[in-house]
Every structure is written in structure tokens, then in C-alpha cells.
Design a protein around this ligand. Structure first.
Ligand SMILES: [Ca+2]
Length: 223
């Protein structure tokens, strides 16, 4: 078996379970119960990737009739987003308290960024999210080394920022600036420790979200 096939299989199956494409009902059909067991790592079956894909296809077709058209569409979209998350970010986001509190913002492209935001030379992630209870948009920044996460927007206002809802945001990227120029306010530009995240409202304003050693802060750039 290829070295990576089991973790990938596990991730795919967990995604399907999470979005309800495969249903683990109490009575359980033979296909669903077997898949649930495999997904939870309890099965001793040594399945090859091709076999898994075949079973997934059959299970998807078999279970498809259980959902209505709208639900199918949402589940499929969620599955696509889940499947495209890097493993570290996927494991973080799939913690129940995170997943139930924040939806992935599917209106933003890309929907996550990777960079060294805290300057420790290890990869961090920023995920575009919507706070489930308020529909406020923002960013969830995750440091895999310490397993800590930080919010900007989505219900949390960071220092010098634009409030706790980034619904106006329509573009973002990892900034390539190493030295920050004076912005439109009197605030002195920060000395960057890590990579900053450039947030834009297209043809309008822009700002940087940067790590100051303790927390993330905003620095306004354009109007
Ligand atoms: Ca880092």
C-alpha cells in the first residue's frame, strides 16, 4: 500500500461523514457501517486506494437519494473546501468547537493563506471564516507549532483595526513587504516580525494584519 494512502483515505472519509454525504444511522446500512468503521480507523481491512475510491463512489450514489438538491449542493461544496485544506489546517478546523463556531467563507478566493505570520520560520495558516452565530466575517489565524489560534474580525476587533466584521473585505494575500511604508494615519509603521497579511477592499482601502510578538494588529495603508 502506498505510504500516504491510509491517512488520505481517513481524511476523505471523515470529510464525507462530517458533511453527511455518508450517513451513520443507528440501524446503518452495510455500506455506511463499514465506511464509518474504516473512517474511524477501527477497521483492520487493508484497503487500497483504488478500492476505496470505488466504494466511495458506490456509497455516494447509494446515499445520494437521502438528501434534497440544495443540501447536496452545500454538502458537496463543503466537501470540496474540506478536501482542499492542508492536513494541519484541516485537523485544526475539524475540532468541534471550531467547526461549529466558524464556517469557511466560501465567497473569498483563495479561502486560506499560508505563510510564516509569527516569524518562527514555521508555516502558519489564515482561514477566511464567518462567525456562525452572527454572520460576521473575518480571519482565523492558526499557529500549528503552538496549536494556538487568533481571530481578526469574525466577532473580534484587533487593535487599530476595522471593527469585528470584515464583510467589506474582498481581496487578501500574504504581503511581500518586508518594510512597511507610512500609511494614511499618523501611526508609525510597524517593524515586521513575520509575514503580514494584506487585506483589501478593491479600489478602496487596504491594510496589513501583522504579529507584534503577542497578538495580531492592524496597520492601515491606503484610504
Ligand atoms: Ca510561524
Amino acid at each position: 500500500m502506498p505510504r500516504d494512502s491510509l491517512p488520505i483515505t481517513h481524511k476523505l472519509l471523515t470529510s464525507l461523514l462530517n458533511v453527511g454525504i455518508i450517513r451513520a444511522s443507528k440501524s446503518g446500512t452495510p455500506c455506511s457501517s463499514a465506511l464509518v468503521a474504516i473512517a474511524r480507523g477501527q477497521s483492520r481491512l487493508q484497503m487500497k486506494t483504488r478500492t476505496t475510491i470505488l466504494i466511495l463512489t458506490i456509497a455516494t450514489i447509494t446515499c445520494w437519494g437521502q438528501t434534497n438538491e440544495q443540501k447536496e449542493k452545500e454538502d458537496r461544496l463543503q466537501f470540496v473546501f474540506d478536501s482542499n485544506l492542508p492536513d494541519d489546517l484541516y485537523d485544526f478546523y475539524n475540532q468541534e468547537k471550531i467547526r461549529t463556531s466558524y464556517k469557511v467563507d466560501q465567497d473569498l478566493n483563495p479561502f486560506y493563506l499560508r505563510g510564516d505570520f509569527d516569524g518562527d520560520k514555521k508555516i502558519d495558516y489564515a482561514l477566511a471564516v464567518i462567525e456562525s452565530t452572527t454572520d460576521k466575517k473575518g480571519i482565523l489565524i492558526y499557529h500549528p507549532v503552538t496549536k494556538k489560534y487568533f481571530l481578526a474580525g469574525a466577532g473580534k476587533a484587533i487593535p487599530n483595526g476595522h471593527g469585528d466584521d470584515y464583510s467589506w473585505m474582498d481581496g487578501w494575500e500574504v504581503s511581500d513587504e518586508r518594510t512597511v511604508e507610512q500609511g494614511v494615519t499618523n501611526l508609525k509603521p510597524p517593524k515586521l516580525i513575520g509575514e503580514a497579511i494584506l487585506i483589501q477592499k478593491l479600489e478602496s482601502s487596504s491594510g496589513l494584519i501583522y504579529w507584534d510578538g503577542k497578538e495580531y494588529r492592524w496597520y492601515q495603508q491606503g484610504d
